[in-house]
Design a protein around this ligand. Structure first.
Ligand code: CO
Length: 450
């Protein structure tokens, strides 16, 4: 069955573009002047919230992320706002209780989000249950995400089973989330064909240009019938971000799957964001000239992560073992059951590899690695190496239930704590900001809520 409908585009210039290229440093005031223009382009959605933007608003930009959401929403009449949510991690780095997850999802929708893309680092669907249920309740379009990676446990059939599970759970569309740019053009073609053959929902492909294959990957996916792709306007595209919106619009012009977007109408927007990027780079001393890095295909770790690990090694005085660390990483990943490398598993595997080359293999095992082995992040795609398991947690039996079942409700406790910190009448949005990022939220409240 061929797909001859127009390709739909999710524009990422307000979220993943800046997150990938300017360390998430884009202010709401940088967005406002062109929101109406963006709204009139004819995008399927504007990805404008979630991911790292919530943390970055509070931590670096002295902004209230909820206020940003309401402001962006107030300027959009036609185009839905899409957000990225890390399942039970919400937008933070730990697992939260179900009541916090539920409240957060409801507040997101009430403040302006229409489409919620939900993923779990391990592709453990149990970690998506609470957020998907809440998003359905709140009336959002729920996009269930398949985190793409390459391993003996991640064949097209495995992803199909995962996709079918997401359908069962009530997903309205399915996203293939290729956060590291690992998906090659022909693998994309096969994967999209496989998913489209059995799943009767729109399929959205999200890639990063990191390895340099992004455009080719999108084209083969489009030929295979993908419904939606994510792109960024040129100044915030390519290198570690998404492929370029204008180029894709031009590629499909006159073709049966023409996006219908006016190519010439995009230039003003691109010129505007080019200036925004220059200003942000100057103000925050950012190097936005990030080259593509095909090595990511070997190490599966995005460039930004590799430089973090190198810094970690410099601090330990073991930078000379960098090449060894690169070779160690795939071994650690295999020992840990081949988790996809995305927040937080990328840090967990990376730090373990750094320690292994510095101190000897598994001489010191951090708590996060033990927790992963103990099942506290969920089910790993493949089995954990039995010797490593023994070494890490001894005879302790890994949990085989949903990790959040062990987390008691937290919402009332957060309200109490915030009241004790001097904010007894905090809005529920402020309580949620506090639940996710207590320290930076308090700093923000002290500056703005007194
Ligand atoms: Co992304």
């Amino acid at each position: 069955m061929t797909n001859n409908k127009p390709v739909k585009i999710v524009e990422t210039v307000l979220r993943d573009g800046p997150q990938s290229l300017t360390a998430t440093r884009m202010r709401t005031s940088d967005m406002i002047p062109v929101l109406e223009q963006l709204d009139n382009v004819g995008y399927h959605a504007l990805e404008a919230w979630g991911g790292a933007t919530f943390d970055a608003c509070l931590r670096f930009l002295d902004e209230d992320p909820w206020e940003r959401l309401r402001t962006v929403k107030s300027h959009l009449k036609n185009t839905p706002i899409q957000m990225l949510l890390r399942g039970q991690n919400i937008l933070g780095y730990n697992h939260y209780s179900d009541d916090v997850v539920r409240e957060f999802v409801h507040r997101s929708v009430d403040n302006g989000v229409s489409i919620i893309r939900i993923f779990d680092a391990l592709n453990d669907t149990r970690n998506l249950e609470a957020s998907m249920r809440a998003a359905k309740e709140a009336g959002a379009h729920v996009q269930g995400a398949i985190v793409y990676t390459i391993s003996p446990y991640h064949k097209a059939e495995d992803f199909l089973h995962l996709g079918e599970e997401l359908v069962q759970m009530g997903a309205d569309s399915i996203c293939i989330k290729d956060m590291a740019g690992l998906l090659s053009p022909y693998a994309a073609e096969e994967l999209v064909r496989t998913l489209k053959s059995k799943i009767d929902l729109p399929i959205d492909l999200h890639t990063h240009f990191t390895s340099g294959m992004g455009d080719m990957t999108y084209l083969k996916a489009i030929e295979a019938g993908v419904d939606i792709v994510d792109t960024a306007l040129s100044p915030f595209s390519c290198s570690t971000s998404q492929p370029c919106t204008e180029s894709l619009v031009a590629t499909l012009k006159g073709h049966e799957r023409d996006t219908g977007i006016d190519f010439d109408g995009l230039h003003d927007l691109a010129d505007y964001f080019r200036q925004v990027k220059t200003n942000l780079a100057n103000e925050f001393h950012l190097n936005t000239n990030i080259p593509i890095d095909p090595k990511v295909l070997t190490f599966q770790i995005p460039g930004g992560m590799l430089s973090n690990l190198l810094n970690q090694m410099k601090e330990m005085g073991t930078a000379d073992k960098y090449e060894e660390m690169l070779a160690e990483m795939p071994k650690v990943r295999a020992d840990l059951g081949y988790p996809p490398l995305v927040t937080p598993t990328s840090q967990i595997v990376g730090s373990m590899a750094v320690l292994n080359v510095a101190l000897g293999r598994y001489k010191m095992i951090p708590k996060e690695v033990k927790d992963l082995i103990a099942g506290k992040y969920g089910r790993t795609p493949g089995p954990i190496d039995p010797e490593l398991q023994k070494l890490a947690i001894g005879d302790v039996q890994p949990i085989d239930h949903r990790p959040a079942d062990d987390i008691a409700p937290q919402l009332e406790e957060m309200k109490d704590r915030l009241a004790k910190a001097g904010y007894p009448n905090a809005t529920i949005e402020d309580v949620l900001s506090y639940a996710l990022f207590p320290d930076v939220a308090i700093t923000y409240f002290n500056n703005h809520r007194k």
